[in-house]
Design a protein around this ligand. Structure first.
Ligand SMILES: [Zn+2]
Length: 244
């Protein structure tokens, strides 16, 4: 048998094996959609087609001025800003974010990041992005959660945008208290000097996309962007997975 045929045969056999294994495993350990809980089909990953289709997308990336860019107006110089989707309290999409943050389901972030990145590639404002930087978590918190959820989102986005992921330049230097019980000014004071940029060399003249999981007051993102803007010739855009 010529090697090429042998290779082809092995390839189709291995495909058959993998797909049979998937069916077999799924029979005993069915994989469920992280949003609605229904069983996933073979071609679906993490989130089912129906939940992806019904995702309340903002499409803000197709308009320069939008509710997310308005948040930063007059506060910090941002090129473009957007969020992938919005969620209501108690919705399956809020639960999805909760699972990503607290239930050690990193694949939710990576998969949604991939979809978000694909969408952004349709916008001329985001196609010029050189590198993606996630909002950092304090090392202690990262250890407790086992990963930084924003980094997982950024990882998926870097993949589909064919861009570089830089996760070690922007760092969180102070362990801040939880933001959830604070008002706008308290939140801003709380994060003002929390972040630092290790070295601006790798950021010079780059278009950086700063990524976070959820945007509320924008205080954290504003603080991160201020630090990044210390690099010469840098342009900073913002992309959040969800708007609360
Ligand atoms: Zn679903």
């Amino acid at each position: 048998m010529p090697p090429k045929t042998r290779y082809r045969r092995w390839n189709s056999f291995s495909f058959f094996l993998r797909s049979t294994m998937w069916d077999f495993l799924n029979l005993f350990f069915p994989l469920n959609c992280a949003a609605c809980g229904n069983y996933l089909f073979k071609n679906e990953k993490v989130i089912c087609t129906s939940c992806l289709f019904q995702l309340p997308k903002t499409n803000f990336h197709f308009q320069k001025e939008n509710p997310i860019s308005d948040i930063f107006l007059g506060r910090v110089k941002i090129n473009n800003a957007t969020a992938f989707f919005t969620f209501n309290k108690g919705s399956r999409y809020q639960k999805l974010i909760h699972k990503l943050k607290y239930n050690r389901q990193a694949e939710i972030g990576i998969e949604l990041g991939r979809h978000f990145g694909n969408t952004l590639m349709n916008s001329k404002d985001y196609r010029t992005v050189d590198a993606i930087i996630p909002v950092p978590l304090h090392p202690k918190k990262k250890k407790a959660r086992t990963y930084n959820q924003s980094e997982m989102i950024a990882k998926g986005m870097a993949e589909s945008m064919n861009s570089k992921l830089i996760a070690d330049v922007l760092i969180r230097s102070v362990h801040s208290e939880s933001q959830t019980q604070k008002d706008k000014i308290e939140r801003w004071l709380n994060v003002k000097n929390v972040f630092a940029v290790k070295s601006t060399d790798s950021l010079k003249n780059k278009h950086i996309l700063l990524v976070d999981d959820v945007v509320t007051t924008g205080a954290t993102l504003e603080s991160c962007a201020q630090k990044l803007l210390q690099a010469d010739g840098i342009k900073v855009s913002i992309a959040c997975l969800a708007q609360a």
